[in-house]
Design a protein around this ligand. Structure first.
Ligand code: DLL
Length: 438
């Protein structure tokens, strides 16, 4: 039996979705034009007035909004309602520059939590479940978003936040958690920690995992599913558009349905800004149709994926996005070749290694270098130097086949690469620190 949290919305006929989106878009454009001088000036510069937007077909007339705009307008410049109507802020981690602060009215929070509730129910879960939320609570949206969704569904919610893996495991086992919410890298770490403590996958009561906030491959999904004995579902979102729950996977586990009644998605060519037809790979752009406090029109996410609208066996009619394979700004150009960390991850896991790795890019004598550090398993740690070097060469050759450039692979001791409790840091690009842009 298919389960939905809000069946009417989630299974709405496509023409109805488009009608609804058009209606909401017109309202939203008027709302921001009247209330946000920053938007008004962007639209005036582009020569577009609210009355030019008559349906979603006119969306392309609107200017894009970028992360640079959000930084420019920090902190209140994009606020579209009186501050007294706002009840919360959340914020990005600010690792790539000044933080972005997003504001929420109570209505914004309710809609956000409903999106997360849809994601939880789409995994087959219900109010009988025990939901362990180990995304960070605080300014990061992961903890509060899934916590709110879990409450709406009526699950018993364990607000663990991230870290303290010993305690996570204790609560998971003692309280019989059935849903695990965290980043995929933390899920892999929890799986590894359970094994080290002598637990088998069938010893825990977990049924599903709801993992997101960072790119992860299909290989990583299989690995986590095996180590925890669960089905692992993807969830996507970003602080700017509210947080997790913008898109979520259903039982097909094959792409994420975008909550199109609240978010209008486009794919553009990241270089030219041209809107690309359905099925093309490009940068994902979102317009938030319902957000009151911090609405975004045509926000460039920098995430690269494909959108497709096909009949889904789950009955949902919302368009699907593929797993983002990385951000435009995650893409490394190494010796002229475009490289995403996820491509390297896929090779490592296919070759039987655990997802504990780090990629170091540097430049010597005007040539880029690519070093991949990968942990050995405790079993092959006992290998001789000769055997290890043979394995390194084999792995390097597999990576070269995937990327077209040769890395140097270093197999390192088990546990020597730092584990992540939140978003994993997979890449150290030393060229950036010496001012070389890629
Ligand atoms: O990561 C929100 C979130 C929390 C999503 C918990 C899912 C689960 P930010 O910190 O603002 O928000 O980071 C947003 O993370 O633009 C993507 O690049 C990346 N990202 C989020 N979900 C996925 C995913 C949260 N499922 C940025 N797959 C986004 C790949 C993801 N990348």
């Amino acid at each position: 039996m298919h389960r939905y949290y809000q069946k009417d919305a989630e299974t709405m006929p496509v023409e109805k979705i488009k009608e609804l989106q058009s209606k909401k878009l017109i309202k939203q454009v008027n709302h921001v034009y009247e209330n946000v001088p920053y938007y008004r000036s962007l639209m005036d510069k582009k020569g577009v007035k609210p009355q030019d937007i008559k349906s979603i077909d006119d969306l392309h007339k609107l200017p894009f909004l970028t992360k640079a705009d959000l930084r420019d307008a920090y902190p209140y410049g994009l606020l579209a309602t009186d501050l007294k109507n706002c009840v919360r802020i959340q914020s990005t981690s600010g690792t790539t520059g000044k933080r972005v602060v997003a504001f929420y009215t109570q209505n914004d929070i309710d809609l956000w939590e409903e999106c997360c509730a849809r994601a939880i129910v789409a995994t087959g879960s219900s109010n009988k479940d025990v939901c362990q939320v180990c995304y960070g609570y605080g300014l990061f949206t992961g903890g509060f978003g899934l916590n709110g969704g879990s409450h709406k569904v009526g699950c018993l919610t364990l607000p663990m936040s991230s870290g303290n893996t010993e305690r996570q495991i204790q609560f998971m086992m003692d309280l019989g958690a059935t849903i695990l919410c965290c980043t995929p890298s933390y899920a892999a770490y929890i799986g590894e920690s359970l094994k080290e403590r002598g637990y088998k996958p069938e010893d825990n009561k977990l049924k599903v995992g709801i993992f997101g906030a960072e790119p992860w491959t299909e290989e990583m999904r299989r690995d986590i599913e095996k180590s925890l004995g669960i089905k692992a579902y993807d969830i996507y979102g970003l602080t700017e558009t509210s947080g997790p729950g913008v898109a979520f996977e259903c039982e097909e586990q094959n792409g994420m349905h975008i909550n199109e009644d609240h978010f209008l998605a486009e794919i553009i060519d990241p270089d030219t800004g041209e809107v690309l037809p359905e099925g093309s790979r490009g940068e994902l752009v979102f317009t938030s149709l319902d957000k009151e406090a911090f609405p975004l029109l045509r926000y460039r996410t920098r995430d690269i994926c494909v959108l497709t609208r096909e009949n889904c066996s789950c009955g949902r009619t919302f368009i699907k996005m593929t797993k983002p394979m990385g951000r435009t700004d995650d893409m490394m150009i190494i010796r002229g070749v475009n490289v995403f960390p996820s491509q390297i991850e896929a090779v490592l896991l296919n070759c039987g290694y655990a997802p504990n790795y780090q990629i170091v890019v540097d430049r010597f004598n005007n040539s880029d270098t690519l070093d991949v550090y990968v942990e050995m398993s405790p079993e092959n740690f006992s290998d001789t130097v000769k055997e290890i070097s043979k394995k390194e060469k084999l792995l390097a050759s597999e990576i070269r086949t995937m990327l077209g450039i040769s890395p140097v692979v270093h197999l390192v001791a088990p546990k020597s690469i730092e584990r992540s409790e939140g978003k994993a840091k997979r890449v150290i690009d030393k060229r950036r620190s010496i001012g070389i842009t890629t």
